[in-house]
Each structure stands twice: as C-alpha cells, then as structure tokens.
Write a protein that binds this ligand. Structure first.
Ligand code: GDP
Ligand code: IMO
Ligand code: MG
Length: 430
C-alpha cells in the first residue's frame, strides 16, 4: 500500500475539507502533513457545518483514524477548541480517533504576538498572514529552538517554554509597537497565555506517536492512508510568489518530510481546484476581478475566509497557474469544486496565457506580479445543478468546460463538486 495525497492546486480554500470527508470512507487513516491552524477546512453534512483548523477532515467518519504529522505546527488552545466543538456539535470523541506526532512543533502565544508585530511593521508590504503564528513557529523550528509536542511531557518543559517566551519578548520589544494595542483572537496576551497553558492539560492526554514508524507499519498491514494538504500549491514556501506564501511546503513533496515516508511510498495525487480562482491575503493574482463580476463570484461562492472571515479575492480560472501546480505535484486525479457558483453566468472566462513585457507566455513565471492575463470565453450552463447525481446528466456546457480543463492540463477529472454538502458530488471516473 502507498499513501495517497490530496492537496489544493490554487491559493487554498479549494474545498479540500469537503473532498477529504467524501473520500474518507475509502481510507483507514487521514493525516495532516504540514501547515497549522492557518487552515480552515469546511465540511457540511446533515445540515451541520464544521470548520477544522488542525484536526484532519476524516474525523467525522467514525471508522477513520486521524493523524497530525510531524510537519504540522499545533496551537494546543485552538486544537482544544476544535475537540470541544466536535464533541458538542456531533458527539465525536476526538481523543479516540486522533494521534499526534511527537515531532510536531508547538505554536506559543508569543509566536502569535510575533506574527502580529511583524505583520504590523510591514505596513503596505504585509503578507496578509492569518496571524496564527505560523511563520514564527516554523522560523523557530528551522532555527532549531522550537518546542516539539513530545516535550510537553518532559520535566523541563516549563523552563524551556519560559526561555523561548523571554527571547520572543526581547525581539517583540525591538518593534516600536505598543503591545497594549495587540490582542490575540480578542484576548490580551496574558489572558491568552493563561488559556493556552491550561489547554496543555488536554494536549497531554492526546496519544502521541512516532508517525514515521506508525504509518509504514499501517501500510504493511494493508491500511489505506490519505495525506490531507493544507493551504494551496501557489502558497508553497519554495514555489509560491515569495514572500506572499505560507511557511511550509504545501506541495506533494511535503508529504515525505511531513510524515516520514519515502517518495516510493507515495501513491495517487488528488489535486483540487475550484472552477474559478480565489486568494485571501496579499500577493499577485493575475486573473483577479476587481469589478461586479468578482463581487458576484464572492457572493455566489460565499467567498469569505473560513479561518479569518476576510473577503476572498475572486477571479477566473488561471490555466498556466493550474498547469504549474499540476506539474509540481504530479497530479494523477483532478477534482473540480464549486462548479455551481458559475450556474448563473452567461459566459465564463478562462486565462489561457499571459502577456509579459510585450511577449506572450503560457507558463507561470518567477515574478507574475506584472503579467496581463489573456482570456478565452466559454459558454455558461445557466442552470441549477441541484439534484444531478450522474455525470451524463450534467449540462453540456459544463461537460465542455470540464473537458477543456482535462485537455489543457492533460489530467483526468475524477470528481466534480456541485455544492458544499457531502452529497453534492459527482464521480466522473472510477
Ligand atoms: P479548504 O480550505 O480547501 O477545505 O476550503 P474551505 O473550507 O476553506 O472553503 C471552501 C468553501 O466552499 C467552504 O465553505 C465549503 O463548504 C464550500 N464548498 C466546497 N465545495 C463546494 C462546492 O462544490 N460548491 C459550493 N457552492 N461550495 C463548496
Ligand atoms: P486552507 O488550508 C487560504 C494565506 C494567508 C496569507 C498567507 C500566509 O484553508 O486552504 P500564514 O498565516 O500562513 O502566515 O499566511 O497564506 N493562507 C491561506 N489562504 N487558505 C488557507 O488554508 C491559508 N493558510 C494561509 O491568507 O496570504
Ligand atoms: Mg480553507
């Protein structure tokens, strides 16, 4: 057995949570391998809506085990809130079905402060971080003074915590920013720190494992494993539009380092793309629509961040960017989501290539902040997709749109999503 991978091909929020939930019945184990609570993965089923930040999206399936891999950064307080939310809303005992890697790193309250002061100091140039402390936590991991989940159980944990906190506060004091003006999710720093430290009681009760051994043993026992990506390929630390990126490798390669598996154990790669494009936060977005059409996409698609509530920037599907993402990940199966958002568009535009310095290019270049997209017009389907459950029943214009995507990318579309609910999914292939 191999580890299949599911990840976003755009700038995040492609509908990964929904699709993982749909696929989870085919898997024994779902693992997050990178990112942290900057993610917001939404699952809608039986009239309920769940937004997961740290816990893998297999948690609603009672038969699926969920793992938080070593590549993830965890805020124990946010994780505790998710555990409580799932218990209250759906009676799910998360502790029974969740394992965490001893090697995953902790996001401290002072990482959140650092994120806030660093962003504030950038002014116009700010990244638009989710302010969850992601950048500072990964910085400490790479600089080799972070704290791993396994260390919470060590005797010297509080000393290590206080040392790191002290060094963070020294850095924070060099920014000429009044700390009184900075809150963390509405709490003062000391109130947040108190809640965070209290949440360690729950955190210590989680089952901690050596993920690298565990997953390989499970594969040998014929268990089916799916790795769930967070963020999107175009936010990758190496291949995104740096510095407007997140701090982890969001691409398929991240699965190997984020779970401790060799490349030879990676199987299918599911790539998720919306039928159009969105981006939260700053940075280049060639097909962005700053007009009524963009507003209509936002309204139809309820394009507001699952983690921060910020309005998402909206635009047309960008084929050069999609091809780049598919190339980096080696996508074997495409899944197109949010097709229903385009239901009432007479025509749909698709970016086929860009103009840069008077020349036409059909790939995503190193710096794409000044490219001009060239669009091709496609016929809209102008109808509601509710109630359609078979591929052949999809309107012809939508079938043509999907065939065009397959033709342009060279990758077969495996499933199409026609609404937020678990049941609004159509298989195109087996
Ligand atoms: P993720 O971060 O990739 O898991 O995506 P998010 O959950 O942040 O954002 C996707 C949003 O679109 C969520 O509100 C989903 O409930 C919703 N969604 C997912 N698939 C579809 C779809 O096919 N149609 C519509 N209208 N909404 C969808
Ligand atoms: P999911 O998993 C969309 C964006 C932020 C910002 C940049 C850096 O729900 O798809 P960070 O907090 O990581 O330092 O922010 O990345 N970003 C996301 N955008 N979906 C996400 O996750 C994101 N996680 C981070 O908006 O532009
Ligand atoms: Mg999201």
């Amino acid at each position: 057995m191999k580890v299949d991978v599911l990840l976003g091909l755009q700038w995040g929020d492609e509908g990964k949570g929904k699709i993982v939930d749909v696929l989870s019945s085919q898997y024994d184990i779902i693992c997050r391998f990178q990112g942290g609570p900057n993610a917001g993965h939404t699952i809608e089923c039986k009239g309920q809506k769940f937004i997961l930040h740290t816990i893998p999206s297999g948690i609603l399936n009672a038969n699926t085990l969920n793992i938080i891999g070593n590549g993830v950064v965890i805020d124990p307080f946010i994780l505790q809130k998710e555990i409580h939310m799932l218990a209250e809303k759906a009676g799910i005992e998360v502790m029974d079905n969740l394992l965490i890697s001893k090697r995953s790193h902790l996001i401290l309250p002072t990482h959140r402060l650092l994120d806030a002061v660093q962003e504030a100091s950038k002014g116009e140039g700010k990244i638009g971080s989710t302010l969850k402390g992601i950048g500072p936590a990964y910085t400490d991991r790479t600089a080799r003074h972070g704290i791993r989940s396994g260390e919470v159980l060590h005797k010297g944990f509080m000393d290590k915590y206080n040392d790191l906190k002290r060094s963070h506060l020294q850095i924070i004091n060099t920014y000429k920013i009044d700390l009184q003006n900075i809150t963390i999710d509405g709490y003062t720093f000391s109130a947040y720190e108190e809640l965070w430290l209290a949440s360690l009681d729950t955190f210590k009760k989680l089952k901690q494992i050596d993920v690298e051994f565990f997953i390989q043993e499970q594969l040998k026992a014929d268990k089916r494993v799916l790795a769930e990506g967070a963020q999107g390929t175009l936010l990758d630390i190496d291949f995104g539009a740096y510095p407007f990126v997140t701090s982890s490798n969001t691409i398929a390669a991240g699965v190997c380092t984020g779970l401790g598996i060799p490349p030879s154990l990676v199987g299918e790669i599911y790539g998720i793309a919306k039928a159009y494009a969105t981006r939260v936060g700053n940075g280049p977005f060639p097909t962005e629509l700053l007009d009524e059409t963009g507003n209509k996409l936002r309204k139809n698609g309820h394009e507001f961040g699952s983690t921060t509530g910020r309005p998402r920037r909206c635009g047309w599907l960008d084929l050069p960017a999609l091809r780049y993402a598919i190339m980096l990940n080696g996508v074997t199966r495409l899944i197109v989501t949010k097709t229903d958002v385009l239901n009432d568009f007479e025509t749909i535009q698709v970016c086929t290539n860009y103009e840069r310095d008077g020349q036409w290019i059909d790939y995503l270049p190193f710096d794409y902040s000044h490219v001009t997209p060239k669009f091709r017009t496609h016929q809209g389907w102008n109808c509601n997709l509710n109630g359609i459950s078979q591929a052949e029943k999809l309107p012809q214009a939508l079938q043509n749109y999907l065939q065009m995507i397959e033709h342009e990318t060279g990758v077969p579309i495996y499933m199409v999503s026609t609404g937020p609910d678990r049941n609004q999914i159509i298989a195109l292939r087996n």
